[in-house]
Design a protein around this ligand. Structure first.
Ligand code: SF4
Length: 368
């Protein structure tokens, strides 16, 4: 690196005097591409680089929103955060304990306890709620795990109180229904309630509002943030939509992490990422999101050289965005940028243009 500025981890733009709940260090998730039977006889499987070299700390009552195009690795990274996906490189620690060492029985903290603390809400709650069980039975399960000594009437009392907390009033009207007898929004409220009943430290909300009507999305995000206070939980919120990411991060006082081809291209507060993005790819996402109210900048062509997304099996050398980046120069083809802190801002960006003395500035522009 040719500048005094130090590389940042995704966490270092949100430094706190406390231990993170989750700490990801240089995490990579590479897996074999699925092959047909004939292909499997002819050639070795190709390796998909779904997540590459990501470091990120998540604190108590934190909000981290991951945003990016389909296939950028945000869901894989989210699942890696909560111990549902084992990384092929790097480490994921829960309060200082390596999650996967705990799973192998090599840690003081049992894996079951860690898993309980890290919950998920899926995009489609209909498929994650057992269709053959009533809502009261679905919600009784986590209570039996966390409070095995409670009697059935006390359990029902808790369930009713929770249903009311997630806006399902009166609870008695919902408790004995089956999931298919609820609307999509009501199902998602039950899924949120079920996750909260485990008293989780972190909830992964994987496109959790994408399937809801636009009018219900803000309501659901408000509810999640309201309950965050009450239940002392953190969110990793995944969205393909920058305007939802902005709303959730802005109201939750958190960060937006923009992902591109398995890497964090830029991370920072919602205000910084929307008002003053430093990475050309964040600018592309802004351009593609009309709801942000940036009309003047959204006219005309997308701020990119090419539309096609490169294959994660064979990502571009150097900066992974160089094949599409309108600012790319020769230096971007061979060297990979770190995440660099943006001076005086809660923001870090993986672009050489952040470094005043980098050879990027004297390097020729890339030919198309
Ligand atoms: S490092 Fe180069 S290619 Fe990558 S985003 Fe910056 S200018 Fe574009």
């Amino acid at each position: 690196m040719s500048d005094a500025r130090q590389p940042a981890s995704g966490a270092s733009i949100d430094e706190r005097d406390e231990e993170p709940v989750l700490s990801l260090t240089d995490v990579e998730v590479h897996f074999e591409e699925e092959q047909g039977i004939i292909e499997s006889f002819r050639e070795d499987p190709q390796i998909v680089q779904a997540v590459n070299g990501v470091s990120l700390d998540i604190y108590e009552k934190d909000v981290v929103t991951l945003v990016g195009e389909s296939g950028c690795g945000k869901t894989t990274l989210g699942k890696t955060c909560i111990g549902l996906q084992e990384p092929t490189g790097g480490t994921v620690e829960y309060r200082g304990t390596d999650i996967w060492e705990a799973k192998r029985g090599n840690a003081d903290v049992p894996f079951s306890e860690i898993r309980k603390s890290l919950q998920i809400i899926h995009q489609d709650p209909g498929s994650s709620l057992n269709p053959n069980r009533r809502i009261v039975e679905i919600l009784a399960e986590p209570i039996k795990q966390t409070h095995p000594n409670l009697g059935s009437s006390q359990r029902r009392e808790r369930i009713y109180s929770l249903l009311e907390r997630v806006g399902m009033n009166p609870a008695a009207d919902f408790a004995d229904r089956y999931p298919h007898q609820l609307s999509g929004g009501e199902q998602q409220r039950v899924a949120l309630g079920r996750a909260l009943l485990m008293n989780p430290d972190v909830i992964l909300a994987d496109e959790a509002i994408s399937a809801l009507d636009v009018s219900l999305r803000v309501e659901m995000m408000d509810l999640m943030l309201e309950l965050q206070e009450e239940f002392d939980t953190s969110y990793v919120f995944i969205s393909h939509d920058l305007s939802n990411a902005r709303y959730f991060s802005e109201h939750g006082g958190g960060r937006i992490g923009v992902m591109y081809l398995g890497e964090i291209a830029e991370i920072g507060s919602a205000q910084r990422m929307i008002d003053d993005p430093h990475h050309p790819y964040t600018n592309v996402l802004r351009w593609a999101t009309p709801d942000l109210g940036l009309d003047a900048e959204q006219a005309g062509e997308p701020p990119m050289r090419k539309i096609d997304v490169p294959d994660p099996v064979n990502p571009p050398s150097g900066c992974r965005f160089h094949t599409r980046c309108p600012e790319a120069r020769e230096a971007c083809v061979s060297e990979e940028p770190d995440l660099y802190e943006v001076e005086g801002a809660e923001q870090a960006t993986a672009c050489f243009r952040e470094l005043e003395d980098h050879e990027y500035w004297s390097s020729p522009e890339l030919e198309d």
